[in-house]
Design a protein around this ligand. Sequence first.
Ligand code: HEC
Ligand code: HEC
Ligand code: HEC
Ligand code: HEC
Ligand code: HEC
Ligand code: HEC
Ligand code: HEC
Ligand code: HEC
Ligand code: HEC
Length: 331
Amino acid sequence: MLSRFVLTLAAAGLMSTAAAAGQSSQAAPKPPSTEDCLACHGDADAKRADGRTVAVDATRFEGSTHGPMACVDCHADLAKLTEFPHADTLAKVACASCHGEIGSKYHDSIHAWAKEKAGLNVAPACADCHGRHDIAKKTEATSRVARANIPATCGGCHDGIKHQYDVSIHAAALKKGQSNAPVCSDCHTAHTIQRADTTAWRLGLTAECGSCHAGVVESFTRTFHGKVTQLGSTRVAACADCHGAHDILPASNPLSTVARANLVTTCGKCHTGANERFVQYDPHPNPQNYQRGAILWWANRFYWVVIPGCFGFFGLHSVLWFWRSRKETPR
Ligand code: HEC
Ligand code: HEC
Ligand code: HEC
Ligand code: HEC
Ligand code: HEC
Ligand code: HEC
Ligand code: HEC
Ligand code: HEC
Ligand code: HEC
């Protein structure tokens, strides 16, 4: 009740300044300043008629990346306002009016689709991931989208997945402060998030894992699975089919999907009847590494001796044969 009274008083004051400004000059009225807005909204008790707060923390706002801007740069429908109080319901802030490029990326994401097309109100708009009046650059530790905070920001809605991620080696590396530890947006992007079951995204993910695990991807592309994946099929196993997506652990951890004891189950998802012998197969073969597989190493050596040897010998043979046949053929 009291706050409503305070707001009305402030409104009366503002209306008279607006009127005075109108009299003193005939030029287009100046848009309301941040101070004008804070006259009401700077009051910690400022409330809607139904009791919900409309207070804005002035200090936090000024410290935010948009601090130098005026309130009406975002609340643009009030830019031409000359008289308070303003309407109870205002237009939604259009972040994309300034961040156009990101706006159009976001527009193609599953989140925008879910919100705008499927009418799923719980899907995030810009402010759900970034905040409103306290937005910070992603390089600042307080930002909701600073690397270390991204899992919590996405996890606010994708709670179950955040719990899976939390036990992974990737999350452990993030907690240790390793700057190369992957967070949600490395695998999913931030603004062009797609459904995780589309072929294009799944195929692209191998390259994403490879941006950090280059050597391992190279060995993967030597395998049958790797070759078929490269041809554009998602039928065979790619990285996440064997390692999991969010709960990735090193093979030495007994809970890992690729721990020795779990391989029969992991491969068995696709290879019915997989047994101990079948899983001896090396999914990351390296012909240069004798320790990893002596047979492959020898096969590779053999190949390099036999193939050039064969081609060399028969090549020379053909040249001599040709030379000889030219000599023998009567002109
Ligand atoms: C006279 C006091 C007063 C002034 C000055 C004032 N507001 Fe408000 N504002 C209110 C009140 C009261 C509400 C709550 C309305 C309701 O009951 O829902 C409100 C609500 C809002 C809302 C929420 C609207 C919605 O659709 O939910 C926004 C945004 C807002 N104000 C922005 C501003 C901006 C920007 C300025 C400066 C240009 C400003 N206000 C100046 C009193 C004021
Ligand atoms: C960077 C853009 C931006 C700026 C600058 C900005 N706001 Fe907002 N404000 C938002 C967004 C986003 C919302 C959430 C509603 C929406 O999406 O329209 C919001 C909501 C509000 C609300 C409704 C209550 C709430 O917290 O949800 C009030 C009141 C408000 N703003 C006042 C202000 C005032 C006063 C200023 C200047 C001190 C200001 N805003 C500056 C983006 C901004
Ligand atoms: C699903 C959460 C999410 C939504 C929705 C979202 N963002 Fe972001 N945004 C992020 C993340 C995460 C980052 C940090 C990306 C990174 O580190 O590469 C980011 C980065 C940014 C940046 C910093 C510049 C950059 O790309 O490095 C801006 C500006 C930005 N977002 C604006 C927007 C705008 C405008 C919208 C709405 C059109 C939006 N964001 C919607 C999560 C989101
Ligand atoms: C009136 C224009 C305008 C509007 C509207 C606007 N921004 Fe900004 N935004 C800016 C400017 C200018 C910067 C500072 C750019 C810089 O310093 O590089 C900025 C910076 C940012 C950053 C930090 C970028 C970084 O380098 O990490 C984020 C995140 C961001 N805005 C998100 C939003 C979101 C979310 C909204 C809507 C709630 C929004 N902006 C609305 C103009 C705007
Ligand atoms: C190392 C890469 C990687 C990281 C990091 C990652 N994801 Fe995923 N995510 C995937 C893969 C791969 C799939 C597809 C999984 C499948 O089909 O089983 C997926 C699927 C999803 C899905 C949809 C499928 C479902 O089970 O509902 C959501 C939502 C999702 N991830 C959110 C997140 C969030 C939130 C984070 C951060 C806490 C995150 N992801 C981190 C790779 C990753
Ligand atoms: C405000 C809640 C919210 C936040 C925050 C949020 N999401 Fe979502 N997300 C949703 C909703 C709702 C859907 C649509 C669910 C559906 O229809 O499958 C969705 C869908 C997804 C999907 C596609 C799921 C699928 O079925 O394939 C992925 C991937 C995803 N989000 C990742 C992220 C990532 C990464 C972040 C952080 C950068 C994030 N989300 C932040 C609510 C959120
Ligand atoms: C057919 C199943 C399978 C596929 C597909 C697969 N892996 Fe593996 N990966 C394994 C197994 C089993 C191990 C543990 C034994 C070993 O080291 O070979 C492993 C080991 C690893 C290791 C640890 C190696 C080390 O040196 O410590 C990394 C990292 C790895 N894989 C990443 C990947 C990436 C990235 C991809 C996709 C390019 C991928 N894997 C595809 C089954 C697979
Ligand atoms: C942004 C970089 C990055 C991306 C992308 C990434 N990882 Fe990792 N991965 C790491 C880091 C950092 C570690 C921790 C290893 C360490 O500390 O040496 C790790 C560890 C691992 C391990 C355990 C390695 C071991 O020593 O046994 C596996 C397996 C693994 N990642 C698989 C994957 C798979 C599969 C993908 C794609 C779905 C992926 N990673 C994407 C950076 C990344
Ligand atoms: C996502 C499903 C999937 C997973 C998981 C998977 N594979 Fe495969 N793999 C395939 C498909 C599909 C083929 C194509 C041949 C076929 O139809 O049998 C294939 C082919 C193979 C081949 C060569 C063709 C053959 O049958 O001789 C080997 C060897 C193989 N996989 C071993 C493994 C091992 C070992 C694992 C576990 C570490 C594994 N695979 C995990 C789907 C999978």
